[in-house]
Write a protein that binds this ligand. Structure first.
Ligand code: SAM
Length: 351
């Protein structure tokens, strides 16, 4: 019965909300393996056995927002705040370039210090020095003009998870000044400007139901992002959600498989959160349909300060160690790390 649903998903790239719910709530181990093998085949059709690496630079943990789930929320007075300078960021890129990275991801809290003037200067300096690299930004919500200025300065991609596509659920995860409608407007603006856009959500976030997840899948099917980042929610000890339990690895993997069938040529990371909950979480993510890993390029002096959740892995490693460790992990499951920009096939061909 569920195999028929999986076949339908593969053929039509979408199911009804009710069908998605049946799959999520009832998939047996056999159904899961059937889904994952289809997801791997589809991924191989577009990407072979290549896994793209993105060098993640967590350049500020100051944040003006107060998301209830996040360890760098403004109300966490215990968080030791830091900002990297432009020179620090360029030196992370230099290390990353020599390690074979051709995509850099600048991610941070929503830090007003990094206004358009400072941010466009950083973006254009990176692109001047590394013109063969793609630059991804993940800076949260900004104005249309700001997104446009950053795009014109050379940024290629933008990651902004929608977090949940149900507005009632959104308001349980965020304070009232944050709205799902604003987040969606930002996502549509990014796409209109010309960015390759990534969205996504946490699996097992507090109060999440199967129906919410089905709404997430519908939003993703309609929005058609170039990238989808999903990872399990993991509690942080100094947030309002400290006593909630973490999301499940199994459900995260199932959703990676489903999203691969929905968007065959999508870039889907096997996230650090998945690797935090299970020793081989990222390998399992790749075997379920993911095709991106994001080793950390942040200086080791600040890594243990960008703590979105408890027990985050790789906080003590050097950039080269992270890169080599992931290469070994990927090779162990028959995948190879690709040393090119790894753009979405949606923008590099007529797919
Ligand atoms: N400020 C930017 C933004 O809001 O998009 C980028 C940084 S934000 C910390 C990056 C992502 O971390 C969020 O989209 C959220 O899904 C994830 N995140 C935050 N807290 C988390 C937690 N406790 N468990 C798992 N993921 C979390």
């Amino acid at each position: 019965m569920l195999k028929l649903l999986i076949d339908k998903l593969e053929k039509e790239n979408r199911l009804t909300k009710e069908e998605f719910a049946i799959l999520i709530d009832n998939a047996t181990e056999e159904d899961r393996q059937y889904l994952f093998s289809k997801a791997r085949k589809i991924k191989e059709r577009y990407f072979g056995n290549k896994i793209y690496i993105r060098g993640l630079i967590e350049f500020t943990n100051y944040c003006k927002n107060d998301c209830y789930y996040c360890g760098i929320r403004r109300s966490n007075k215990e968080a030791e705040r830091y900002r990297l300078t432009k020179d620090d960021i360029l030196s992370c890129c230099e290390t990353g370039y020599s390690l074979g990275f051709r995509t850099f991801v600048l991610q941070g809290g929503e830090d007003p210090y990094f206004n358009d003037e400072r941010m466009t200067d950083i973006v254009s300096s990176i692109k001047e020095r590394y013109s063969d690299c793609a630059l991804t930004l993940s800076l949260g919500e900004r104005s249309y003009e700001s997104y446009k200025a950053l795009y014109e300065a050379g940024a290629d991609r933008y990651l902004l998870r929608h977090e949940t596509a149900d507005s009632g659920h959104y308001s349980k995860l965020h304070p009232e000044e944050m709205l799902l409608s604003t987040r969606k407007e930002a996502l549509y603006a990014l796409k209109e400007i010309g960015y390759q856009v990534g969205t996504g959500f946490m699996v097992g976030s507090p109060y999440q139901t199967t129906e919410h997840i089905c709404t997430d899948l519908e939003f993703i099917a309609d929005f058609k992002p170039h990238m989808v980042g999903i990872g399990p929610f993991i509690p942080h000890h100094n947030t309002p959600f400290k006593d909630f339990k973490a999301g499940s690895v199994e459900l995260t993997l199932l959703l990676i498989g489903i999203i691969r069938l929905m968007l065959p040529c999508c870039l889907i990371p096997a996230t650090t959160a998945l690797g935090t909950l299970a020793a081989t979480g990222r390998e399992m993510g790749v075997l379920a349909g993911a095709n991106v890993v994001m080793p950390n390029l942040s200086p080791s002096t600040v890594r243990n300060k960008y703590l979105l959740y408890d027990n985050k892995i790789c906080t003590g490693d050097e950039a080269a160690e992270c890169r080599m460790c992931l290469e070994r992990r990927m090779n162990s499951i028959g995948s190879v790390i690709a040393v090119d920009r790894g753009d979405s096939p949606l923008v590099t061909s007529s797919i």
